[in-house]
Write a protein that binds this ligand. Sequence first.
Ligand code: FAD
Length: 753
Amino acid sequence: MLEITIQGRGGQGGVTLAKLIATAYFLRGQFSQAFGVYAAERSGAPVQAYVRIDDQAITNTNQIREPDHLIVLDPTLIAPAIAIGADPGGWLILNTPNDPAHWAETFAGRRVATIDATAIAVRHGLGTRAVPIVNTTMLGAVARVFGLSEPEVEAALADLGFEGPNLDAAREAFRSVATEQLGGSAAAVIPIQPPQKIPSLFDEDLGGPPRIRTGSWATRRPQRRTLTPPCNHSCPAGNDVQGFIDAIAKETIDDALAILLETSPLPGVCGRVCPAPCMQSCNRAGFDEGINVRELERHVADRATWPDVIPPHRLQRIAVVGSGPAGLSATYHLARLGYQVSIFEADDALGGVLRNGIPDYRLPREVLDRELGFILMHGVTAYTDAPIDRRALLELTEHYSAVFVATGLQSSRSMHLGNGGEQPADIIHQGIAFLDGVHRGAVSMKGKRVAVVGGGNTAIDAARSALRLGASDVRILYRRSRAEMPAIADEIDAALEEGVKLDELTLPLKLERVAGGAELHCARVILGEPDESGRRRPVPSPTDRFIVACDEVVLALGQEPDLSILREGAEIHQDGRLLGVASAPVFLGGDFATNSGTVAAAIGSGRRAAVHIHYALDDSGEEKKRSSRRLRLTRANEMPAPQAEEPRVATRDDLRLALFNPAARRRGRAMPPEERRHSFAEVHFGLEDDARSEAQRCFSCGVCNDCERCITCCPEGVLTRETGGYLFNYDYCKGCGICASQCARGVVVMSEL
Ligand code: FAD
């Protein structure tokens, strides 16, 4: 019996070569056998295949340890160890550009045949330049060495369906293989080693890298990178959304809260009222549904244990004017940096719009009070009923090291509905004042027909509140269409579910008192070209007029900043800093400075102001570095970032979507609409027990979440988990790319060498 071993790498076609050789002998009328060893033979991993030829039936199906002849398909495998066990009198048929004499020392005393099968295969377009398929080429060389004829080679190839370039390559190899009996003593041959001990499951070496180094064989290597998840990128508060969701998925909810508190002191508030741009930008949105980030944030704020706080350690005192989310955020971050902060609030309670605007059924007072209490615990002093005017502001700059002004939007826009004369003021209410009255229990709408004019959050909140106060009919009049309404879309839906009516493309012109109520004369609106806001300009029709019967009118037309607090001509610097007015720096933020119009944006503005103030007051470079790390926009990944710049935002194309299963978004329960109409109790109940499964839907775009698929799937075992990261052992990595193909998050990627 003749026994042949083929040594190659996955992708080179070694097993097929075994079949071709066996076929050639079979067609001669001999018995033959061919098989490969299948294990981790992915592209690039070492592979063995075996051939047996005999005049009689072959019953031995064992692997061949001591072959008569050895064929080596890959130049990087040619080393003395490859010939272990091979008969010293047999052939070594090598794929190498070198002639047999080159191997005189390595394989002294042996018969060596060499062929540059790689070059021939590439020339004939077999495989790719990176991974040429050399099996059919090698068949030509092997046949010549073993005394088979060219027609026998062609017949074997045809039998297995090979034609064209494979035939040409085999022919070229048949004619150009070089053979030589090398000098020296066969005694130099390496003896076969005694059988190795089978490692036990507890053997320390189990799972270590294979013995064969990669050498220069690999053309690619895996690398890890970190991208910015779109949710983090779009969060105006700068929250590490992916990070806190990952902590929920891993059931470390206190860590989730700690991550949120790095950037925002109001997670329970945002978890209820944020319009959540993160949910719109979520890569999962185009797959099935975006992650329910808002309710996950609420879940963390409501369920986790709030941490202890550190009292201020600096002597510098900072004044914050206004206690809306911007003022509260600046206060919190400055206090965490060790400053002594005093808040000055014109109202009789802290919270800004969170207290006097957003109704209880969306944001219960207990939630606001819990988070306010946490902020105040940081050694903060708060003065209520303390309006600050221009003179008082200058005074503050004399007693404090810096002042932050975040007084929001205090001037309500109005419209004249008097038709040239007096308008019935007693039935017209300003939206913000109306909502403040609702909070204070000072308003009743029992049996009234209420018309709310506007399309923002104030309009929706006023309409839903009026309904809860017993109004018999509530309608919102909006001059554009629903698609252009600036209010949060979910809140518009909720209002309509509860029974609020929406009159789109409606512009009120005149309010007249009539017997038993009032009449609001309106014009139908046609939408024209887009205006400077990008929305289509409303043009009232001169002829299409109609009347809305009502008893009360609420104007919710938006607010503007009250700039009287600033000295005329005050120059505002890029970082929100007011120049040339006072002895201490004055910074501006929140809606007052940005008019961004969301709680999250106000929180982000307050945090950035805290950083600017800290930079202005603290000269120590080291301190700046430390604190900017503390106030960073996103949590740094545990891996050293290879990129010098801010990582780019991860798109769906960066992810392996095939590795995810569709799963519907988990939603918390909500009060039925008919019950809501009579109650200011909170409408939504939160995610309850579904939070973890919702968190586990997160793609974790571009950020490693330690799923360890890369380690599990690496056929070479070259990936290990080190403290704080992952390590590739490139000495043994063959560049097969399986780790990258199994990394669902787009963290592991292949790079060309
Ligand atoms: P504000 O919250 O307005 O706070 C300013 C504070 O400064 C107030 O407490 C005020 O009394 C005080 N102040 C003013 N002048 C002085 C002075 N001279 N001296 C001392 N104190 C002064 N955003 C969302 O993200 N989601 C929502 O669901 C949402 N709903 C809203 C509903 C309503 C009815 C309104 C009006 C707004 C809503 N918004 C919502 C927008 C959001 O509330 C604001 O963008 C945000 O509150 C702005 O925060 P701020 O700190 O800049 O100002």
